[in-house]
Design a protein. Structure first.
Length: 333
């Protein structure tokens, strides 16, 4: 099986977040075979029922290559043309997994050791696998985390702040609005104020951005609504402390604000000889912390195609990534 065949085989395994069991077993079989051949050991590490991280080590790991095995919905299988491999997870991150496996295999064949592969569950939702892995580090000094960066070394990645705004009112007949209190109008006022909050800007990561992702509420068109709710997602360029305070102040009693998720922005390492970029998405790196070593972020594929119906990965970038991962590991070792 070559690197393209492995990529397609992995894409054809449905591994939407929460359903990673089969993917974990297939990867465990691959790395177990490599461990047996090159004197390492492999582990299937439980995170939750039917959800496992996969770890393979050769020697005492100095460098760990890691990415996630889950995908977003909906699943669609692999197909291939002359230039690309298509399918859910092709670039996020099954082509990356294949590249890492083949890079490590080449390094082992060349006599290198002190390497590890770590594949985790749950990155697309709550980083459950990375948080579990952070509790059991294996001494690695450097972490190469794989996400689609078009094979450019990311100097930083934005964080995430997900907020839930909940407004309460009082039901009444819509013919007599003075007898009620509209939760939707209160929520709209809070959202209008939130959109006017100046957000932080970082000289490397750029500007924070705000997205109002969902709005719901009310009972019927002829009923003054007694409840309304919205979800906001802010891409952070810092810890998010000041932004959360500003959003709470903007709500001004019109709506309650609940913090559903917060992941701080991170600045990352660079290495000489690699083209660089900055990414606006969030990764498992904050959840892993420093437990698996100084982090680097790089991988084949474009984030603009991830999570879309057109998800695909260039074959040329898969091959290039194998060489890039080998070069990085050799420098870090």
């Amino acid at each position: 099986m070559n690197v393209f065949e492995l990529t397609r085989a992995l894409v054809d395994i449905e591994s939407i977040t929460g359903n990673e069991e089969q993917m974990g077993h297939v990867l465990f079989a691959h790395v177990s075979e490599m461990a047996a051949q090159y004197g390492g050991h492999a582990e299937l590490i439980p995170v939750e029922p039917r959800r496992n991280n996969v770890l393979a080590c050769w020697g005492n790991p100095t460098v760990t290559l890691s990415t996630h095995i889950d995908t977003v919905p909906p699943f669609f299988p692999a197909r291939e043309d002359d230039l690309h491999i298509w399918g859910r997870g092709a670039c996020d991150t099954k082509g990356i997994i294949a590249s890492m496996i083949f890079a490590v295999r080449d390094l082992l064949e060349a006599g290198h050791t002190n390497l590890a592969l770590l594949f985790v569950v749950g990155e697309e939702r709550n980083s459950a696998g990375a948080l579990a892995a952070a509790k059991s580090p294996r001494g690695s000094k450097f972490l190469i985390n794989g996400e689609p960066t078009e094979n450019k070394l990311a100097l930083g990645s934005k964080g995430a702040l997900r907020l839930e705004l909940v407004a309460s009112g009082r039901m009444a007949h819509s013919a007599y609005p003075e007898l009620g209190e509209s939760a939707i109008e209160k929520l709209l006022d809070a959202l209008h104020a939130a959109r006017r909050v100046p957000l932080p800007v970082d000289e490397i990561l750029g500007a924070s951005t705000l997205n109002i992702g969902t709005i719901s509420g009310g009972r019927a068109p002829n009923v003054i609504p007694d409840q309304a709710r919205a979800e906001l997602f802010i891409r952070l360029v810092d810890s998010g402390d000041a932004t959360l305070r500003a959003m709470q102040q903007a709500a001004g009693g019109k709506a309650e604000i609940h913090e559903a998720l917060r992941i701080p922005a991170v600045l990352l390492g660079s290495l000489p000889g690699f083209e660089t970029t900055v990414v606006s998405y969030t990764t498992d790196i904050p959840a892993l912390g420093e437990s698996w070593g100084q982090p680097y972020l790089i991988g084949p594929g474009s984030i603009h195609l991830a999570h879309t119906a057109e998800e695909r990965i260039p074959k040329a970038q898969i091959l290039e990534a194998v060489q890039i991962y080998k070069r990085m590991v050799q420098q870090l070792l």
